[in-house]
Each structure stands twice: as C-alpha cells, then as structure tokens.
Design a protein. Structure first.
Length: 149
C-alpha cells in the first residue's frame, strides 16, 4: 500500500524468491484485485505454479473466483500471522528501498515496476549462497527435480 488508494501486488516464488510486481491502478477492492489477479498469478512458469498464499484482507473476499480463473487454490494466512508469508514480507522490505512507505504508487508505470523486479531478481542473496533469484529460478526450471503442475 502506498498513499491511499494506490497499491501494487507482489508475487514471490518461495524457493528462488523470484519476484513479479504488478500495478493495481484501479484500487484494492475485492472486485478490482480479482480482475487483476489472473495476470499476477500467471507471472511464474507453470512448473512452479501450484498455489497462491495471500493476506487475509478484504481485497481477497472473492478468492473463490481467482481459484476458478487460475485453477490454483488460494490459501489465506491466519490473521495477524505475517510469519506465514515470510518470503513475501522480506521482499516487501526490500521493495521499500525503491518504493518508500507512503509513496503514491500510481505514479509508477508497469515498466518501472518491471525494472524494480528485474533489479531484485538479479540481486545476490545470502540465503542462496550469493546467487541471484534469477539464477536459482533458472536452475529450478532446468533441473529434473522441478515441480510439475
């Protein structure tokens, strides 16, 4: 969330921490998020798409429609339990370097958000032995052990 009603959605693949950022130009009401969600959830490769885990906010009131559209169940975290989505919380902390708290997020184009995601995906992470999320993601896709849909 930025200056109300501006917002973005972040999609973070848990193993690699590869990130996609999507503008929510129409706001964060349930109907608006539901319209945007299929595009958000298709940002990852099919081999790595199984489920979505989201906050338990009012914007997810129509999560059944998202499941029907994408074919993937939406899991909602327990209230006041941010540790259930720790990878996303960490990514949101990293995003604060680019998108300060309280910023007017509607001023950022999708191209700008894609550039920020590119920077994050090519930033070495200690948790990966200083490999980048993009390298880990590519390794997952190229391995014989990659998840299958």
């Amino acid at each position: 969330m930025g200056t109300r009603p501006s917002a973005i959605a972040t999609l973070v693949e848990r193993t690699s921490r590869c990130t996609a950022i999507v503008a929510l130009p129409d706001g964060i009401k349930a109907e608006q998020v539901t319209r945007t969600s299929p595009g958000v959830s298709s940002a990852s490769r099919p081999q790595l798409r199984r489920t979505l885990t989201w906050d338990r906010g009012r914007e997810m009131a129509e999560h059944q429609a998202i499941t029907a559209e994408t074919g993937r169940p939406v899991h909602l975290c327990k209230p006041r339990s941010p540790w259930q989505r720790g990878t996303n919380e960490n990514t949101n902390r990293l995003l604060r370097q680019y998108l300060p708290e309280g910023a007017e997020l509607r001023t950022f184009s999708q191209a700008c958000l894609d550039a920020i995601a590119h920077d994050l995906n090519h930033r070495p992470r200690r948790t990966h032995g200083y490999r980048t999320p993009a390298e880990v993601y590519a390794g997952l896709l190229n391995s014989g052990d990659a998840l299958t849909a």
